[in-house]
Design a protein around this ligand. Structure first.
Ligand code: ATP
Length: 441
């Protein structure tokens, strides 16, 4: 299955549109249509619940996208958040050097590498370091003294607020702070649809532990995070861990693991789990001159906690869900998006069989019963088969048909998207039946 099929379905069915399409699109930015925002929200709500509701010692935060520029100096992003850029002088193709060649190359060795696009050798430039942060200016005058950056990760907003949060919520280590928000990276080569974009959303949780407890905590979070993907209904065979080797480790990390998914274009990272040590807090302490240590009253002890970070890309997670759900049901000549019912953009469609004989009125009554519980839509257009196939493509797990028997005995049929099996169910029992089926999925 190719990524193009997903791109085309996403556009056709209102999941994802190219930004500013009427102007030819813009710089690997995407907009989320009605079904896309619903799916994305459902995924992020599961994550938020998992972190801040199911863990008593994890709290939420929403920090600004723009922050004091000193934050990025201290964190090392101004100096080191670079990718090596290589150009082909012949065909003008642009690459990230680390994607063309792994490991170290000596001076001039680039001249021996072949350009994958035009096939010539000797035309690649030496790699130049390119900082990925977007710059802007705060205030009306554009000068160097008021440069600000769009955050390239949400983590720093957590670090600079961590003591305020800890005090306000009276937290004791170990504790975590979770945040969902936009991040921006001026990627050299943005590609693979919403996999690598210049504006994206991160779901990050920073877990503060005693130094020495970090290795154990890392193990614990690796196990918890991979398990989370069950809730999204993702096939576990398409998930794996990848450990960062010495050449891959970020400037702040002691140990790092990626959770990778087998996308149509190959295995790639969805989420990173990093042991960031006390690197960030130590840097902020030094740079701001403010103590960043935790005070343990009982032991009269002060220390800088170590941080285990779990950092997931919401858009990448959604692309994994979309890729995993796509099913070409050749036997029945239909495309089905087999989303887990708990994250489907629409839970059920209500279809009166015909537009007369009191069926639309009863259909509307069924809508009113279901609306407080689920996202439901009403559809009375076209043949019943066509209506169902439209919803199969949108990933709607349940189809409810109101027919002539419904008016007599207040029962409806409930159709299962994947098996297409229909059961007769009393209207009064519909909410329970749907809930039970979602739980059993
Ligand atoms: P990559 O190696 O793919 O550039 P990364 O290792 O730099 O990613 P992290 O800095 O660990 O990524 O960021 C955490 C998560 O944020 C990633 O696992 C990914 O899901 C998401 N992410 C990072 N960059 C992008 C991007 N350009 N577009 C979409 N999601 C991204």
């Amino acid at each position: 299955m190719s990524i193009e099929k997903i791109v085309s379905l996403c556009k056709r069915r209102g999941f994802i549109f190219q930004s500013s399409e009427i102007y030819g699109g813009f710089g690997a930015i995407y907009d989320y249509g009605p079904l896309g925002i619903s799916l994305k929200n459902n995924i992020s709500q599961l994550w938020w619940k998992e972190m801040t509701q199911l863990h008593e010692n994890i709290v939420g935060l929403d920090s600004g996208i723009l922050m004091h520029p000193k934050v990025w100096e201290a964190s090392g992003h101004i100096g080191a958040f670079n990718d090596p850029l290589v150009d082909c002088k012949e065909c003008k193709a642009r690459y990230r050097a680390d994607e063309l060649f792994e490991g170290e190359l000596g001076d001039g060795d680039w001249m021996k590498i072949q350009c994958p696009k035009c096939g010539t050798t000797g035309n690649l430039t030496e790699p130049r370091q390119f900082n990925l942060m977007f710059k802007t200016h705060v205030g009306p005058i554009e000068e160097d003294s008021n440069i600000a950056y769009l955050r390239p990760e949400t983590a720093q907003g957590i670090y600079v607020n961590y003591l305020l949060t800890q005090n306000a919520m009276r937290l004791k280590v170990p504790f975590g702070i979770a945040q969902i928000g936009k991040a921006f990276r001026n990627e050299i080569v943005a590609r693979n649809f919403i996999f690598r974009t210049r504006e994206f959303e991160q779901m990050e949780m920073q877990y503060f532990v005693k130094p020495g407890d970090d290795d154990e905590s890392m193990k614990d979070w690796k196990a918890k995070r991979i398990k989370f993907y069950d809730q999204l209904g993702i096939d576990s065979k398409k998930l794996r861990f990848h450990e960062h080797g010495p050449n891959e480790l970020a400037h702040y990390a002691k140990e790092a693991w990626d959770i990778e998914f087998e996308f149509p274009f190959g295995w790639s990272e969805i989420e990173g789990i990093h042991n960031r040590t006390d690197y960030d807090l130590a840097r902020h302490q030094e740079s701001s001159g403010k103590k960043m240590e935790i005070f343990d009253q009982q032991k009269n002890d002060r220390f800088l906690p170590f941080i285990i970070e779990t950092s997931a890309g919401l858009n990448r997670m959604m692309l994994a869900v979309l890729s995993d759900a796509y099913w070409n049901d050749e036997e029945n000549n239909r495309i089905v998006m087999k989303f887990h019912p708990k994250i489907s953009p629409i839970t059920a469609v209500v279809c009166p069989l015909v537009k007369k004989d009191g069926l639309p009125e009863l259909g509307r009554e069924v809508m009113d019963i279901l609306k407080p519980h689920f996202k439901v839509i009403y559809d009375q257009q076209g043949s019943i088969g066509k209506r169902y196939y439209r919803q199969d493509e949108a990933g709607t797990p349940y189809g409810i048909t109101v027919d002539h028997q419904s008016v007599e005995d207040r029962t409806v049929t409930l159709r299962d998207r994947d098996t297409q099996v229909q059961k007769r169910i009393s209207i009064d029992n519909l909410v329970n039946a749907i809930n039970d089926s979602m739980e059993a999925y």
